[in-house]
Design a protein around this ligand. Structure first.
Ligand SMILES: [Zn+2]
Length: 443
């Protein structure tokens, strides 16, 4: 894979801009910047640009106060699309070790996500008749937020989690957790003793740099007759609901069901069922089995979704190449919206400090000139500053103290939950704004 130089850059490099009539040809930029890299899955040369979001720091590198004046590395944030397998993907500029080693995201801080995990454990225990003789393995098990629900049912579990700080929290809860990146090597070391009857991963497949090694590892670790479930944001939702802010450096791949099915097939696995979930703005939960597992025939849902994606043009390159213009239009609309609020003299605070918020703020160039501060329930983020924009992160109590006129909800997938938590904002006439997908004041 071609790697760009790791020199930090500041601000945004010159990008494609409409060329005015009569301007010198020497000053013209190509309409689509050309690039050359190998597809993360099929190895074909990838040069189609899906969305170019300029330059951004790593979305999860929150800054402690003592580093706020230090140099900060920025990397190009540009999603490409493969013309052969239609995998939408990012080029990689940093090692996974650096990206994920001190990951600040603790799953247990979102109550709706915890409920999602509880319901999943209940559903899968029933669907697969799991009991004390079964073995459930979760890849990227975070702080044990999900495995705890199997553990409570006396079903043996194992978590695999590369971030040592979050794995430690899982161990304290009594969830056996291996601090490692998952791939074929880890799978081989575990397969003998710990083959998985249920092998799951939520929001990890999209974050895997070596996609083929990861899926090949799942093939090795899956017990005969076992089931894989993986959840990840659905590319249809990203395109149709204009969720370009879910593009960030840690999120390497953006899947349609058609493309992810091809990835699993290439490794002797078969996706036989799928559920469309509302989580993260619209995710897929795919169900996989060994390719030769005759007990698990393809469901109507799987067939229907593949047909729907084909009809929506997900096997035509033009569907992907036209997306970038919509992103640019949305940036202009977001800035107009905020300029309008500030022109009215309103005070705007953010809520949440998710990766998607950092993409939005950095791509649009929003700093404390628009958002006084943001806040987050996660105490590991409080007292830090958002990467790039350097907006301070405070405790949610700051909303009550500062009484902003507008609260801009950055994790728009949790809008309902947050509006409920912060209903007291209405006591002083405060209002909420969120992307729905257009940024708008909520009524
Ligand atoms: Zn490809």
């Amino acid at each position: 894979m071609t790697r760009a130089p790791r020199t930090p850059s500041f601000g945004t490099a010159p990008r494609a801009s409409p060329v005015r009539a009569g301007s010198s040809p020497a000053l013209q930029y190509p309409a689509q910047p050309m690039t050359q890299t190998a597809c993360r899955f099929c190895g074909a040369s990838v040069d189609g640009v899906f969305a170019d979001l300029g330059s951004s720091p790593l979305a999860n590198s929150y800054l402690p106060p003592e580093r706020v004046n230090a140099m900060e590395p920025f990397y190009p944030l540009r999603a490409l699309v493969c013309g052969r397998c239609f995998l939408v993907q990012l080029e990689q500029f940093e090692t996974p070790q650096r990206i994920f080693s001190d990951y600040a995201y603790f799953s247990s801080y979102s109550t709706s996500w915890l409920e999602h995990a509880r319901a999943y454990a209940e559903q899968m225990t029933e669907r697969l008749s799991l009991d004390g003789d079964s073995h459930v393995v979760e890849i990227a098990s975070n702080d044990g937020y999900l495995l705890q629900f199997f553990h409570q049912r006396q079903i043996p579990v194992l978590g695999i989690e590369p971030a040592a700080n979050v794995a430690k929290v899982a161990l304290q809860k009594g969830i056996p957790t291996l601090v490692e990146f998952f791939g074929q090597e880890t799978a081989r070391s575990l397969a003998q003793e710990s083959a998985a009857d249920l092998l799951l991963g939520n929001n990890v497949l999209a974050h895997v740099p070596d996609l083929n090694d990861f899926v090949a590892g799942m093939k090795i670790l899956l017990a005969p007759g076992g089931v894989i479930t993986m959840e990840f944001p659905h590319l249809i939702r990203l395109i149709e609901d204009n969720q370009w802010d879910t593009i960030y450096h840690e999120h390497f791949s953006y899947f349609s069901f058609l493309t992810v099915s091809r990835v699993f097939e290439a490794h002797g696995l078969r996706l036989y069922d799928v559920q469309e979930l509302p989580t993260h703005g619209g995710s897929l939960r795919v169900f996989g089995a060994h390719a030769d597992d005759a007990e698990r025939p393809e469901t109507d849902a799987a067939r229907e979704l593949r047909e729907r994606e084909r009809a929506a043009g997900f096997e035509r390159i033009d569907t992907y190449l036209g997306y970038g213009r919509r992103v640019q239009e949305d940036k202009r609309r977001i800035l107009s919206f905020l300029i309008d609020l500030k022109a009215q003299g309103l005070r705007v605070a953010g809520y949440g400090a998710p990766a998607k918020g950092n993409t939005l703020l950095n791509y649009c160039g929003i700093r404390t000139d628009f958002l006084d501060f943001t806040c987050d329930l996660n105490p590991h983020k409080q007292g830090h500053f958002l990467p790039g924009s350097h907006i301070p992160i405070r405790s949610p109590d700051a909303i009550r103290e500062e009484r902003p006129d507008v609260v801009l909800i950055l994790p728009w997938n949790l809008t309902q939950e947050i509006v409920q938590q912060l209903s007291f904002v209405r006591e002083w006439g405060g209002r909420f704004a969120a992307r729905t997908p257009e940024l708008t004041l909520l009524s």
